[in-house]
Ligand binder design. Structure first.
Ligand SMILES: [Zn+2]
Ligand SMILES: [Zn+2]
Length: 382
């Protein structure tokens, strides 16, 4: 049983973005693996808090969660509306944490790292990768070229004209931090924040590199090879750590996030690893039964349609769906029979139907109401 996201972060249901972020930071630091080595309970809590944060920080997901709970968030994934299915690995959760607070590096958050020289991490680069259902079936390697910020070649990312040394920041005395005294109802606080003059680096450049204006970085293009595993779905993403934009003045790189979009395939409706195919059959095929070829993602398969079949009858072809991304194995192909009533009869067909009408027995209720709704529910809501 999943715990309530608000409860996990210890915030009210009306908490604003800032409150949620602060609560997450607190929880994440408390359960961070660097503080709790080999503690699987802490690891689980860290993951849980990160998941809660990922959902509540996103207005769309938060809306889904508020209205429909955990299932609503998961359903958002299937609907392609930018849902969230939780994490499969601990690394993913750690990535999120780094993305949010990586600017300081973990050491610096605890204040045990080097003072000053707080180099800002570069931003993440996000790309969308379009895949066909065949790509999803087999997995695929995609090569993409895209613009990223790289170290300036002129100054090697230092931002300084060559031969010039940086000077200690006069405002913070090289520590990169400034202390501010704040008064509130509860008393007096000393807040420590990054120095605004040097951006927390502790040093300033008097003679900046002319090529990058002291930024230490410039636009370039990079090629990436993405190994996309079988079974992915829209809005799943791959994280290539340290492949994004380089930080200012030699700061560490952000990540590359490749977000998947699976293009719709008009033949199938996808439901996780399962596929649904609507098979049209004629009156006579439905009445007498037949064997028909139905498409699978890349080939075809034969299905036996039993005599007397009704619209809505489902034939399950095991293992003819898509691979499960996380738990292995392959989903099924559900063939849904649709009996098609002929339009525009030829005179000969009409004659035959008239003959048939004279001798056929009256139609009977073939499905009770509950059975029908059960099927609808199975098909769409489980
Ligand atoms: Zn400073
Ligand atoms: Zn430069």
């Amino acid at each position: 049983m999943k715990r309530d996201y608000y409860e996990i972060l210890g915030v009210g249901r009306d908490a604003d973005e800032g409150t949620i972020k602060r609560a997450y930071r607190q929880a994440a630091l408390k359960f961070h693996p660097d503080r709790n080595p080999d503690d699987s309970e802490a690891e689980e809590r860290f993951k849980e808090a990160t998941e809660a944060y990922e959902v509540l920080r996103d207005p769309e997901l938060r809306g889904l969660y508020d209205r429909y709970g955990h299932d609503g968030v998961k359903a958002g994934v299937r609907g392609g509306g930018g849902g969230f299915g939780g994490f499969s690995t601990f690394d993913e959760a750690l990535n999120i944490f780094m993305r949010e607070f990586g600017g300081f590096g973990f050491q610096d958050i605890f204040g045990s790292g080097r003072r000053g020289r707080a180099r800002t991490r570069g931003s993440d680069v996000k790309i969308r990768i379009a895949l066909t259902l065949e790509d999803v079936l087999k997995g695929v390697t995609k090569t993409v070229r895209m613009p990223v910020l790289d170290n300036c070649e002129e100054c090697n990312g230092t931002g300084m004209r060559s031969g010039v040394q940086p000077t200690s920041c006069p405002q913070c005395g090289g520590s990169g931090e400034v202390q501010q005294v704040q008064r509130s109802l509860f008393g007096q606080f000393v807040r420590v924040g990054p120095c605004s003059n040097c951006g927390g680096e502790g040093r300033v450049i008097s003679d900046p590199c002319g090529t990058c204006n002291g930024e230490g970085r410039s636009r370039s293009e990079k090629s990436f090879e993405l190994d996309i595993p079988p079974g992915v779905d829209s809005d799943d993403y791959l994280t290539l750590r340290g492949q994004g934009n380089v930080g200012r003045r030699g700061g560490p790189r952000g990540d590359l996030l490749a977000v998947i979009t699976v293009e719709p395939d008009e033949r199938f409706t996808r439901r996780g690893a399962d596929l649904i195919y609507d098979l049209p059959v004629t009156f006579s095929q439905a009445a007498m039964g037949t064997t028909i070829d139905v498409p699978t993602v890349t080939k075809s398969a034969k299905v036996k349609v039993p005599a007397g079949v009704q619209t809505g009858h489902v034939i399950q072809l095991r293992g003819k769906g898509l691979p499960h991304l996380r738990r292995g194995g392959t989903g099924d192909l559900f063939v849904r029979v649709v009996v098609v009533t002929p339009k525009d009869l030829t005179p000969e067909q009409r004659q035959l139907f008239e003959t048939l009408a004279e001798i056929e027995s009256p139609a009977e209720q073939s499905e009770d109401g509950a059975g029908f709704w059960q099927k609808v529910r199975e098909a769409f809501f489980d």
